[in-house]
Design a binder for this molecule. Structure first.
Ligand code: NAD
Length: 526
């Protein structure tokens, strides 16, 4: 699809430039974006990007050379002074243009997400929409960047503070939200006056290329946003380059811990959103039909490849008897390529991921749990026989020591645990090392309040699974799911991408000597 869009010139109709060279017959290459230009990499190392529903090679993405990565940072360094000094209102106007262009092209972007990531088209639209909301939020950057003032802290002395950008910032993104996560990063970073170097996931690079093309069309000047591609070496370059002041990371534990350690050791700010095990606690007084609908959607939507996917259910008391009805809902879901009408689950990202999920399902059986719905090797239409499909899987009798509970599965697999009462459920959930998301299903205000008060996971839903906060709040993962001091977007995001400068100023309309004071100034006493 991506190549056919290009070949039929539809990208041009969209105003989206051709991102791929036609250097080979059918395998296009993904370009770098440096100083406002789409540049063909000189790399000798390339990674194939495959459509996860068919294994068809969509594009090849370069492992950027050192010179290319340096050129991207140089461009960002050079662009910074003028961008910092662009009025905050004009930066907001550019974000408004950006919003309009994303909306205009939303369907094509969603198709691109579906093709390279595999998720269903409605889900791809949701992926983009949640990112678009951050762009919308960044349009209010003049108020987001307001500082504070106190007049008369002393006679004729005022103190005021304001927020200034850091300089060049960088982002490293995962595969599972090709639009949303780059848009968690770029709008907040640049609207606040920074310049940016993004390394998208090498598994889904094309969506990012469209997003930066649109940013350029919106009026983002050359060098303000740059894209490099690669894997570990590109990430290490970002961690080490002294020009880069802050790194936003979203992805797995292994990479997130590494980037946090290496980036902070080099004196950079790092915000690192990592893996998760998101629990739902189901109380007997919950609205059963709505709860089971919500659970099936949250556990199996996006084939479980959301950092906030519902991956563990704690059934309290007799609610364990609801499991057969959950199984029935899961069985009704349609598994096929994300672009097909009515698809509920597309493929997982890669054959390796599929193998991992299979292995963990098998481990559950080996360790004594029961697979009441087994999604291994589901039936899919013949043309997708090579796709990485895993169907909804439900495992019961799961205990905290089991591999399927301890590891993030990142597939359409729900592990079910049981608990006598709410207190025990809270203790069980809090014992889990992760702290990304959690939800309670109940009709009791008292139970919900107790849960929200005591639960340690810091994105908490009440009768809402996948409680990803809107951008005027922040995404507040915790415990093993987060490293760093400031979270993504919202007030926290503004803090992450800015530093506070505080001015103490004295303006007097006379010039009378007050004597030389060598003691510590005690302005507040005067
Ligand atoms: P990943 O860690 O494999 O890749 C993320 C990025 O890090 C990519 O750009 C990749 O090139 C780079 N990378 C991979 N391995 C690296 C290494 N060893 N050293 C340095 N860089 C490395 O993650 P993924 O598979 O793309 O994404 C899925 C993971 O992301 C899941 O664990 C999911 O929970 C997590 N995630 C978390 C959130 C959140 O907000 N907490 C959101 C989305 C995804």
């Amino acid at each position: 699809m991506i190549s056919s869009i290009k070949n039929s010139g539809k990208f041009l109709n969209l105003g989206i430039r051709n991102f791929h060279s036609s250097s080979s017959n059918y395998v296009n290459t993904t370009k770098l974006f440096i100083n406002g230009k789409f540049v063909e990499s000189k790399s000798k190392e390339w990674v194939e990007v495959k459509n996860p529903a068919t294994q068809e090679v969509i594009t090849k993405v370069p492992i950027s050379t050192m010179d290319e990565m340096k050129a991207a940072v140089d461009a960002a360094v050079k662009a910074f002074p003028a961008w910092r000094d662009t009025s905050v209102s004009n930066r907001a106007r550019i974000m408004q243009n950006y919003r309009a262009l994303i909306i205009k092209n939303q369907e094509k972007i969603a198709e691109c997400i579906t093709e390279e990531q595999g998720k269903t088209l409605p889900d791809a639209r949701g992926d983009l929409f949640r990112g678009l909301e951050i762009v919308e939020h960044s349009c209010s950057v003049p108020s987001l960047m307001m500082g504070e003032t106190v007049e008369n802290v002393s006679k004729d002395v005022d103190i005021y503070s304001y927020l200034q950008p850091l300089g060049v910032c960088a982002g490293v993104a995962p595969f599972n939200f090709p639009a949303m996560i780059p848009l968690w990063m770029i709008p907040m970073a640049i609207a606040t006056g920074n310049t940016f170097v993004l390394k998208p996931s090498e598994r889904v690079p094309t969506t990012t290329m469209i997003l930066v093309q649109l940013a350029q069309e919106a009026g983002v000047p050359d060098g303000v946003v740059n894209v490099i591609h690669g894997q570990k070496d590109a990430v290490n370059f970002i961690c080490d380059d002294p020009n880069i002041k802050a790194i936003s990371f979203v992805g797995s534990d292994q990479a997130g811990k590494h980037i946090h350690a290496r980036g902070t050791a080099n004196g950079k700010r790092v915000q690192s959103n990592m893996a998760a095990k998101n629990h739902a606690c189901i109380l007997p007084d919950a609205a059963k039909e709505r709860t089971l609908d919500a659970m099936a959607g949250a556990a199996f939507g996006a084939s479980g490849q959301r950092c906030m996917a519902l991956s563990a259910a704690v059934f309290v008391g007799e609610t364990k008897d609801w499991i057969p009805e959950l199984v029935q809902r899961a069985k009704n879901l349609k598994i096929t390529a994300g672009k097909e009408d009515g698809a509920d689950l597309g493929p997982v990202i890669s054959p390796e991921s599929k193998e991992r999920i299979h292995r963990i399902i098998q481990s559950a059986i080996d360790e004594g749990a029961k697979v009441v719905l087994d999604g291994r090797n589901p039936k899919v239409p013949q043309q997708y026989a090579k796709g990485n499909f895993v169907g909804p899987t439900i495992i019961t009798g799961v205990k905290p020591h089991m591999t399927c509970y301890k590891e993030e599965i990142f597939g359409p697999v729900l592990v079910c645990l049981e608990s006598e009462n709410l207190d025990d459920a809270i203790t069980l959930i809090n014992s889990n090392p992760y702290g990304n998301g959690t939800a309670i299903f109940t009709q009791s205000g008292a139970a919900a309040r107790k849960f929200q008060h005591l639960i340690q996971s810091t994105n908490c839903g009440i009768n809402i699974p996948i409680p990803v906060p809107l951008p005027f709040f922040s995404f507040t993962g915790s415990k093993g799911s987060f490293l760093g001091s400031n979270h993504f977007y919202g007030k926290e995001g503004v803090k992450f991408f800015t530093q506070i400068k505080t001015i103490t100023s004295s303006w007097k309309d006379d010039d009378v000597s007050a004597g030389v004071a060598t003691h510590m100034p005690v302005l507040g006493k005067q």
